[in-house]
Design a protein around this ligand. Structure first.
Ligand code: SAM
Ligand code: DTB
Ligand code: SF4
Length: 335
């Protein structure tokens, strides 16, 4: 008998197939479901499509501060520098970046992410240096991700040739709310870069932030853009705003952890194969709130003492939590 083609539909529940035709209404309805029903549905999808591993991704700011964009949430924007006190620093040297990557590997991370406070990547010595960093990290046997702002087609190709695993470029919020948060670029620019990344054969890491004053509809609209991409992003960072003093969003009230649980759950249900990364804001969550996020489908975290400019959870605490929850750390690639 011929083997049937691998079907991603659950035999008893075809609703759990991978879909790309989600509507805002459907997603908003999911976000509003009774919490435990939502978590149960997300966990059902999770068990069908994922294993019990958690990916540990370490993050390094390779070029901090002085960014030309005016993103309202971001401490690294030159527009808020006087108030945040974050100075513009030069791009790090390859050797010091690789030393950090080696430390991340020794600590157990399987992905190393490098962030630059750039509006866009520019050709020249600095871009060449980032390419060398990517090659170096790949040689260490770690997955490599960079986030450098807008990217042109030929730059995406160069990064792909250097062995880049993934490119992070967040949509941050809904198309409708976007201009309330950022005025120096528009949604279309973001989508264009994502297209270049996809076409170069690099994995897409794309998500957003909650807690910036957006409505539930905005959250649903952002998730709809992600969940109607075909293919879906391979990883989806779910960030809670870190309300940094001196940024225009400094007065935003803290995000209720259960809102993050809901975002993780709906990301899991709508994008069953993606790694859902519980990202910024995790240091404000109790171990129990994080457990609910994992239950809802989160299966990756930023791992290490720092995000880009703000503090992250303690690495030993994270390892202990993973152990206590009976999860497994994703294995590093064998070099
Ligand atoms: N400059 C590049 C860009 O914007 O694409 C890369 C670096 S930027 C800091 C990467 C992402 O970090 C942003 O898209 C945003 O989602 C997230 N981020 C920045 N500041 C944050 C904050 N205060 N709270 C939560 N997430 C934040
Ligand atoms: C993502 O979605 N979150 C990370 C990473 N991608 C680059 C950054 C979070 C930054 C939080 C604020 C800071 O530390 O500066
Ligand atoms: Fe911050 Fe990136 Fe916006 Fe620059 S483009 S202000 S680094 S989020």
């Amino acid at each position: 008998m011929p083997t049937p083609a691998k079907d991603q539909t659950h035999p008893q529940n075809p609703a759990h197939a991978v879909r790309h035709d989600w509507t805002v209404e459907e997603i908003e309805a999911l976000l509003q479901k009774p919490l435990l029903d939502l978590v149960f549905e997300a966990q059902t999808v999770h068990r069908q499509h994922q294993d019990n591993t958690v990916q540990l991704a370490s993050l390094l700011s390779i070029k901090t501060g002085g960014c030309a964009e005016d993103c309202g949430y971001c401490p690294q924007s030159a527009h808020h520098a006087k108030k945040t006190g974050i100075a513009k620093e030069p791009l790090m040297e390859v050797d010091s970046v690789l030393a950090k990557a080696r430390m991340a590997k020794e600590a157990g991370a399987s992905r190393f992410c490098m962030g630059a406070a750039w509006r866009e990547a520019r050709d020249g010595e600095e871009f060449d240096r980032v390419v060398a960093m990517v090659e170096g990290v790949r040689t260490l046997g770690l997955e490599t991700c960079v986030t450098l702002g807008m990217l042109k087609e030929h730059q995406a190709k160069r990064l792909a040739e250097a062995g880049l695993t993934a490119y992070n470029h967040n949509l941050d919020t809904s198309p409708e709310f976007y201009n309330e948060i950022i005025t120096t670029r528009d949604y279309k620019d973001r989508l264009e870069t994502l297209q270049h990344v996809r076409e170069a054969g690099i994995s897409v890491c794309c998500g957003g932030i909650i807690g910036m004053g957006e409505t539930l509809r905005d959250r649903a609209a952002m998730l709809r853009v992600l969940a109607t991409m075909n293919p879906h992003p391979e990883s989806v960072p779910v960030n809670a705003l870190v309300a940094v003093k001196g940024t225009p969003l400094e007065e935003q009230p803290p995000v209720d952890p259960l809102e993050l649980v809901r975002m993780c759950a709906v990301a899991r249900i709508t994008m069953p194969l993606a790694r859902v990364r519980l990202s910024a804001g995790r240091s404000n969550l109790s171990r129990e709130a994080q457990a609910l996020c994992f239950m809802a489908g989160a299966n990756s975290i930023f791992y290490g003492e720092k995000l880009l400019t703000t503090a992250n959870n303690d690495a030993a605490d994270d390892r202990a939590m993973i152990e206590e929850l009976g999860l497994r750390v994703e294995a590093q690639a064998i070099t």
